[in-house]
Write a protein that binds this ligand. Structure first.
Ligand SMILES: [Zn+2]
Ligand SMILES: [Zn+2]
Length: 237
């Protein structure tokens, strides 16, 4: 129970799922874990159930497909027929633009090319990747529920014994947090984890030093990968 007594309403479903995530994979950022699952579920729904939905297709067309990260996720998790139907739409649209002359360049004499480029620099920008939009919403949902969950003693204990948040989600939590007690728990846990990984990285670098006869083993051997996961969102490889 937090000092300001805001708890006692029971745990939301999202908070409950995040608590399970923390207990199941204490070394992964709980927000990343929840977001990954949420985005995958969304991809399933999008490609299995909404493959023919008109407004969904329109949104994906305007974005001209997905960003690289989400295209990779789609490639791993989506259904071949759903993907084929949606991407055929995207390509028909692109082909129409090519046929309409959107990418034509008038013949230019040498030296005029740069000026032509400046004059015509504005292709209509792609709208944001629709899965990035979904992901941003789920990140906020997860962060708010995590912060709320920290008012529960058991949830807070699970969080404290985890490897805390990746830095992008730590920063998002900072922006969203409105409760001093919750923030204190996040900050302490994050600082401890940052210190731990920094030490492991130093140890790793020391052992890789050409003068060293020791070889990295134990916790520090994987520290470079943990540092990548920490500074980016968890890498789903
Ligand atoms: Zn994260
Ligand atoms: Zn994306």
């Amino acid at each position: 129970m937090s000092a300001d007594g805001t708890r006692g309403l029971g745990m939301s479903r999202t908070t409950f799922e995040m608590k399970h995530g923390l207990e199941r994979t204490p070394h992964a950022c709980p927000t990343c874990t929840f977001v990954d699952e949420g985005v995958r579920n969304h991809i399933d729904a999008l490609f299995y159930e909404r493959a023919v939905d008109v407004s969904t297709r329109e949104t994906i067309r305007a974005a001209r497909g997905f960003c690289r990260h989400h295209a990779r996720l789609v490639s791993r998790h989506a259904d071949a027929l759903g993907t084929a139907l949606i991407l055929r739409d995207v390509l028909i649209n692109d082909l129409r633009d090519v046929d309409a002359g959107m990418y034509d360049r008038p013949a230019a004499k040498p030296g005029q090319f740069a000026r032509f480029f400046e004059a015509k620099s504005g292709l209509r920008p792609r709208t944001q990747c629709p899965l990035c939009v979904v992901e941003a919403d789920i990140e906020i949902l997860a962060t708010d529920n995590l912060l709320e969950g920290l008012g529960d003693a058991e949830f807070a204990a699970s969080f404290r014994s985890s490897d805390s948040l990746c830095i992008p989600h730590f920063r998002l939590a900072f922006e969203r947090c409105q409760n001093q007690d919750a923030w204190k728990i996040v900050l302490e846990t994050e600082r401890a984890m940052m210190g731990r990984i920094t030490q492991e990285l130093e140890e790793l670098a020391r052992k890789y030093d050409y003068r060293s006869h020791e070889k990295p083993h134990g916790a520090e051997a994987g520290a470079w990968r943990r540092a990548l996961n920490l500074t980016s969102k968890e890498i789903d490889e």
